[in-house]
Write a protein that binds this ligand. Sequence first.
Ligand code: SF4
Length: 449
Amino acid sequence: MGLSGLDIFKKLPKTNCKECGFPTCLAFAMKLAAGQANLDDCPYVTDEVRAELAEAAAPPIRGVTVGVGDEAFKVGEELVLFRHEKTFFNPTVLGVLVSDDMEEARVDQLLKQAKECVHERVGVILKVGAVAVKCASGDAGKFKALVEKVKGATSKPLILMAEDVEAMKAALEVAADSRPLLYAATEANVEAMGALAKEKDLPLAVKADDLDKLAELSEKLTGMGLKDLVLDPSPRTPRETFKDLVAIRRAALNQKFAPFGFPTITFPCEETDDELYETALAAMYICKYGGIVILSHAEQWRMYPLLVLVLNIYTDPQRPMAVDSKFYEIGNPDENSPVLVTTNFSLTYFIVSGEIEGSKIPAWLGVVDVDGQSVLTAWAAGKFVPETIAKFINTSGIADKVKHRKLIIPGYVAQISGELEEELPDWEIVIGTREAADIPAFLRQFSTT
Ligand code: SF4
């Protein structure tokens, strides 16, 4: 790359507008040079400069996309070792393994688990992200038939597992158009598997049982022109896998070691037969740099905690989780239903909407954009204030949806009711409850008045 922070700074707009999250263009340039920032965070870089800085701005760990359409996922593009240094970007993908030596009923059961494992938490959908299809029989026809069956049953991205290049070719006859991850190039097949991935323009996993060999294979494949690689250190013992995942991430970020500048894949399902231990290993690989983690099944008891762990680790600690600012319809409200407002902090929204739902009284819940802060914090920061709330109400269209003009505000901001009434002269401001838990009783009482 060769561009210093100062070289990059000279090409930036130098307005110090802070929109990139850094206080100055110089600070952003320095972080960019260190591989700890993303050029896309500055919206004012021209296309010409963007192209010039592309190499310097490329993340030290390449982003690799697997699959097509809405279910496609991207792993990699991480910039830091620890989330508190900035954030992690592309969440670990949890996949489930089926193989062509399994009973058909077991395959069906695993595919059903993968399909049905969907959870919504603070507005985010958590789900199984991939299906790994393994050629365990050594029979190319059997493998191809299973790949075809899985592809017909799910639109989740596929990971095709066959070290025999002919078996992989057979599977690609039915699955190449879904951009599967090919697994894997090894010391024994690297030329042929690399050529196949290049010809089909598909991402390729590379595995070796020690890091030196892994680096060698990665270099060889990039030398062949392959760009989208996924690394499997593959020792298949938890201790070694853990050490290798950490070493790969450190080498990529701290030493800018190009052969390890790719996301990783791990297989806790192949490191133990004990389901609980496998789940614990998956948790460890989620925490320490596993880009894709493949499991032996997707039963709810293990998936829910693992998916929530992924959500927690890949949530930006510097940005509160927020929901869209708009009016939400809770329980089919009509023109007589109560109108409430709150802030767009996810937890506030989900707690308040949950209590309204629990009250069984349909209502309109307006969510004001206050950068994802809770009610009291936003009020103290001058964001959840009469002018902002009035602007939201006046532009939301709620006045056309209800006949009455009563607006319920959170009890914690009772002190703004007078000023808000001045801002919204057509509305009567009603002071609601301080605690969300009191909303059902309040609404029941409110609806009878
Ligand atoms: Fe400078 Fe761009 Fe950051 Fe604004 S967003 S401070 S122009 S680098």
